[in-house]
Design a binder for this molecule. Structure first.
Ligand SMILES: Cc1ncc(COP(=O)(O)O)c(C=O)c1O
Length: 432
């Protein structure tokens, strides 16, 4: 690949952005990678294509950004869509927009029945709170979580415990030495933890701690077989792994636009299955959540998930999310998943080569996603994160949850193999 061809591809994408993001034509011209789930190699044409996409992300100019799992930086086209919309609202007073179109776009992303099953939220935590506060639970009823929850899936349930005296039980994901249980063993442990008082199970699809993929389909089937509600904390998969909520069989799936979907920050969503809707009573509400717009002493919630979002919203954020989804759809969610796995494979291979006596992997090998977590043998995990930043401007995520004291790295479509090389060099130098 020559500099000239890279520049040509990059400027082609920039003009594509101005003209409505026609990335398909870039892909057709420069090689559109088709790949098995984990590619071992990537050719120059593939790299030229991904390099042009990378150029769309301002963050790549500033950092070795390995923390998409916390915050997904947006491509410029998304930021521009948001700011343009904000300016438009304040110039015209026209503050509404096509909310239903965005529900439909999100429904496609997770293969929901339709946009009617999608509620807008500000983040994952709010989506989980809609369920945790909306279902019928009494003192003594039990809810099962794992022992490595993000606060976003723990605090909404702990708040309900404080309010109504429910019991929370934490099912361990690993043995005492942090070895992840197999899917069979974990499903068995969840099954063993269920009692006649168990009313709900709320667990991550992909843990934020070690990047362990949980057997959600099996867990949801187990829950359904015992008339227990099953909510998946889906903060991570959408935008990284192709996600199918109907195939998973969950009652609800909580996610966001600000991680792997690369949308604006402060926007999330909740999928509610049709058979679950009537069991989740909106805890707080407002105009447009009911059938009779305006107050006339009646209340009949809408039969759709829009009953959970209401009143004046910041449409610019939704418009930005729509734009991010369009950006990703033009690349193709299947290609994005394959690319993330390819990059993760490259990262893990490099880490393996230098791990001896320095660290070990906490991520199960079978969980091939954008997240990789290691536990250092000799250095403090917080010092390591600080030193990586000082050494090579690499932003990573510390993992204090569950007492793990580990280090997490994420890659996404804007990460280049060259970034990974620099990151590995930095890691080697910091660990000595
Ligand atoms: C697994 C998981 N659940 C929930 C959350 C909370 O997300 P939010 O800040 O959108 O509520 C996160 C955030 O990192 C997460 O990783």
């Amino acid at each position: 690949m020559t500099l000239a061809s890279t520049t040509a591809a990059s400027s082609a994408v920039h003009s594509a952005r101005r003209n409505g993001l026609n990335l398909n034509s870039i892909a057709a011209t420069n090689g559109n990678p088709s790949s098995p789930p984990v590619m071992a190699h990537s050719n120059d044409a593939d790299e030229q294509y991904w390099s042009a996409i990378r150029d769309e992300f301002p963050i790549t100019q500033n950092l070795l950004y390995f923390n998409n799992g916390t915050m997904g930086p947006s491509p410029l086209v998304v930021t521009e869509r948001v700011t343009d919309r904000i300016k438009h609202v304040d110039a015209t007073g026209d503050y509404g927009g096509d909310y239903e179109g965005i529900r439909t776009a999100l429904a496609h992303v997770v293969n929901a029945e339709s946009g009617d099953q999608i509620a807008f939220t500000h983040n994952v935590s709010e989506a989980i709170s809609i369920v945790s506060s909306g279902i019928d639970l009494k003192a003594g009823d039990e809810v099962l979580l794992t022992n490595q929850e993000h606060a976003g899936n723990a605090i909404p349930w702990l708040a309900r415990k404080k309010r109504d005296g429910i019991e929370i039980k934490f099912v361990p994901l690993t043995d005492d030495k942090w070895n992840a249980f197999s899917d069979d063993e974990f499903v068995q442990r969840v099954s063993d933890a269920i009692t006649p008082r168990t009313r709900a199970i709320s667990m991550p699809h992909l843990t934020c701690t070690t990047g362990q993929l949980l057997p959600i389909k099996r867990l949801a089937a187990l829950a359904r077989s015992k008339n227990i509600w099953f909510l998946a904390d889906g903060a991570h998969p959408p935008g990284m792994l192709q996600t199918d909520v109907r195939d998973l069989g969950v009652h609800a799936y909580a996610s966001c636009g600000h991680k792997w979907l690369l949308g604006p920050k402060g926007i999330g969503f909740l999928y509610i299955a049709p058979d679950f809707m009537e069991h989740v009573i909106p805890t707080w509400s407002g105009g447009e959540a009911d059938k009779y717009w305006g107050y006339d002493a009646r209340l009949d919630f809408l039969p759709t998930a829009s009953r959970y979002d209401f009143a004046t919203q910041n449409f610019a954020l939704f418009d930005g999310l729509q734009c991010a989804i369009e950006f990703m759809e033009k690349i193709g969610f299947d290609k994005i998943e394959a690319r993330v796995k390819y990059l993760t494979n490259t990262l893990r291979t490099g880490l393996h080569e230098m791990s001896d006596g320095k660290f070990h992997f906490l991520t199960p090998e079978s969980s091939m996603t954008g997240l990789t977590t290691i536990k250092l043998d000799k250095m403090n995990y917080k010092d390591f994160a600080d030193k990586l930043m000082a050494n090579c401007k690499a932003r990573t995520r510390i993992v204090p949850e569950g007492g793990l004291e580990a280090s997490r790295f994420s890659v996404h479509i804007y990460t280049s193999p060259d970034d990974i090389g620099k990151f590995l060099e930095g890691t080697k130098s910091v660990l000595g």
